[in-house]
Design a protein around this ligand. Sequence first.
Ligand SMILES: C[S@@+](CC[C@H](N)C(=O)[O-])C[C@H]1O[C@@H](n2cnc3c(N)ncnc32)[C@H](O)[C@@H]1O
Length: 253
Amino acid sequence: MLDFGYYCMDCMQGMSEFPDKYFDLAICDPEYGRKEHGGINRGTYAVQKNGKRLYVRDGGYENRGWDNEPAGKEYFSELLRVSKNQIIFGCNYFDFPLVGGRIVWDKCNDGSDQSNAEIAYNSMTNRVDICRYMWRGMFQGKSITEGWVQQGNKALNERRIHPTQKPVNLYRWILQKYNIPKSWKLLDTHVGSASSLIAFQEAGNKYVGFEIDEKYYSTSNERLNQETAQISMFEYLEETGSNCQDTAPGRQP
Ligand SMILES: C[S@@+](CC[C@H](N)C(=O)[O-])C[C@H]1O[C@@H](n2cnc3c(N)ncnc32)[C@H](O)[C@@H]1O
C-alpha cells in the first residue's frame, strides 16, 4: 500500500493500492469533458465598482489535453470502493448516479463567459449548501466568511498555476462547514494545482493525492512545499509562543 503523500501517477493505479473504505473522505475534481485543459484565452473586460472597465486576464494556459471526456463509471466505482464519503465536483457532467446532497460553489463572477457556479455531489448529507467565493481572473474573494466581497489587496491574491484551479478557500470552507475531524484520512484523485492538499495539510489531516500530468505535478508540488513550509513555521511559532519582534536584538521583550 502507498504511504500518505502526493504522487505523480494515474489515480486508477493509485487507488488500486488501497483496501476498501480506507479513506474517510474523498474530495475530488475529475475531468468534466469540457475541454477546459488550457489553450483558450478567456481575457475579457469587467466593470469595476468605480465604473471603469478593466481587462481581466483569465486563461492563456498551455493546452495539455486532459479534459476531452468526462470521468467514466470505472473511476466512480473505484472511488466509492476506497472511500467512505465523497465530495465530487462536476457531478452535473457525469453519467453516473450520484444521489445525495449538493454543494453549489457560487463564483460571484457575473458577466464572465464561464459558469457562474460549480456543483459538487456530497455523500455526507442530502442538503444543498452554497459556498460564495469570488473567483474570476484577478478578482478573488476576501475571505471564507466574506467570499462575495472582492479582496482589495491584489498582493494577497492566490497565484493561479492551473487552468481549472479551485481556490484553497473553497476546500477550507468544505473542511470547516462539515466539521471534518483531523483524524480523517483524505483523498484527492485529481490534484491539479494542489489547492486541496494545501487545505488538507493546514487542517492537519493525513492525505493521499494523485496527479497524472508531470508538468502540473511538478509546479503544484512546488506550491505545496512552499505553503507547507509556511504552515510549519506558523505552527512552530504558535507552539513555542515565539514572536520575532520580541526576540529581535536590542528590543525590550
Ligand atoms: C479538473 S482538474 C483538477 C483541478 C483541481 N481541483 C485544482 O483546484 O487545481 C483535473 C486534473 O486531473 C488530472 N488528471 C486527469 N486524469 C487523471 C488521472 N487518471 N489520474 C490522476 N490525475 C488525472 C489532470 O491533469 C488535471 O490536472
